[in-house]
Design a binder for this molecule. Structure first.
Ligand SMILES: *Cc1c(COP(=O)(O)O)cnc(C)c1O
Length: 378
């Protein structure tokens, strides 16, 4: 049976042991980025200290953060009237921060297309209960087990909603909405597992947020990109550290930020730039996804239930015709050197997460393994 081979992008001299890692998150980080961090770990660019040991107010560290933000702005072509915040608490804390900052006595629309957008509306409903405003479920894909999105004609939208929230890529269900919903209210998108994987027109959004541990770097860090006119609407109950206007004024340094994670995010942005940016990585991401979905669709042994136009190019869940073989698949894949393929408990089966840092070569190795496995057990 096919065995995985180590990352061949890595520096040959030190040939680190790096296995193909398909984990949904925390996910694989480019080897070159980790090597650079390793080189700079003890002594950042002749400063005699680690980035981890620097004052967040120091000139050196401010230069690190400014560079990271500039690179992200350039990669995503973020317009000048948007603030970029580097905050803590992961994407999930934003499920609370969004209603606390934006509900403002109004009514917010939520589209539920899977586990993550489901969690977001639940959290918002807690604040609605406290009297901060109303929360409206626009539509839910639950009837299809979140394999499809209800037709726009069936949506119950609010004309003057405070905002419209959706999840651009449901990491657990493997369902991705490529075209932002066309609404005339501020669009708020959870892009935790799809940010920087394909071109996005930021100007269509009121706010984009993303936990870092999928396509950017270490867990805990969350990036918020928010249009300036949405600042200053926070409830008096909003914790100061979650207040976007305040954090924008303080340049994400109301308290000590996650300094090392911010630095690592900057290195990942630099790496992505070296790969040719978002357009270039999108081409590779499409090839990776096509390869996997073709392998699944060409066989009656593997199955992916998601409606084709919503199939995620980042998270590919699949099941085996005989679920008794799931355990065998996971054991043998792990033995062959493939990591992180166990599906989420809500969906079962397997899931291959193929974020930016997962190479086409790794995906090729995985489909070779899948074909061998099918031959052996079908
Ligand atoms: C991982 C994930 C989250 C949760 O991120 P945390 O950093 O664990 O809070 C939220 N939304 C999406 C789409 C995710 O993939």
């Amino acid at each position: 049976m096919t065995n995985a081979t180590a990352d061949n992008n890595a520096d040959k001299k030190s040939t680190p042991h790096r296995l193909p890692n398909f984990s949904a998150g925390p996910a694989t980080i480019p080897t070159a980025v980790l090597q650079r961090a390793q080189e700079e770990l003890l002594d950042w660019q002749g400063s005699g200290v680690s980035v981890m040991e620097m004052s967040h107010r120091s000139k050196d560290y401010i230069a690190v953060t400014e560079k990271a933000e500039a690179k992200l702005r350039s990669l995503m072509a973020i317009p000048d009237n948007y603030k970029v915040l580097f905050l803590q608490g992961g994407a999930s804390l934003q499920f609370s921060a969004i209603p606390l900052n934006l509900l403002n006595g109004g009514r917010a629309d939520y589209l539920t297309t899977g586990a993550w957008s489901g969690k977001a509306i639940k959290e918002a409903q807690r604040y609605a209960k406290l009297g901060l405003g109303e929360v409206n479920l626009v539509a839910s894909g639950k009837d299809s087990n979140f394999t499809d999105v209800p037709e726009v004609s069936e949506w119950n939208t609010t004309l003057d909603a405070a905002y419209f929230h959706y999840c651009a890529n449901e990491t657990i269900h493997g369902l991705q909405i490529f075209e932002p919903p066309q609404v005339d209210v501020p669009l708020v998108a959870d892009m935790s597992s799809s940010i920087l994987s394909h071109p996005v027109d930021v100007s269509k959004f009121g706010m984009i947020y993303a936990g870092a541990q999928k396509n950017i770097g270490p867990a805990g860090l969350v990036i918020v990109i928010i249009r300036e006119d949405l600042l200053g609407k926070a409830s008096e109950w909003c914790p100061l550290l979650m207040n976007y206007e305040h954090q924008a004024e303080k340049e994400s340094m109301s308290n000590t930020p996650a300094t090392y994670s911010w630095y690592l995010a900057g290195l990942v942005f630099e790496w992505l730039e070296e790969q040719g940016g978002v357009e270039a990585i999108y081409k590779i991401n499409q090839q990776k996804a096509d390869l996997l979905y073709k392998t699944i669709d060409d066989s009656s042994f593997y199955n992916n239930p998601v409606a084709h136009k919503y199939r995620s190019i980042m998270n590919v869940p699949f099941t085996l015709a005989d679920s008794n073989l799931d355990k065998v698949f996971l054991e043998e894949s792990e033995k062959a050197g493939f990591l992180g393929l166990k599906g989420h408990r809500d969906v079962g089966g397997m899931r291959a997460s193929i974020y930016n840092a997962v190479s086409l070569d790794w995906v090729q190795q995985l489909v070779d393994f899948m074909k061998d496995f099918e031959q052996k057990y079908a």
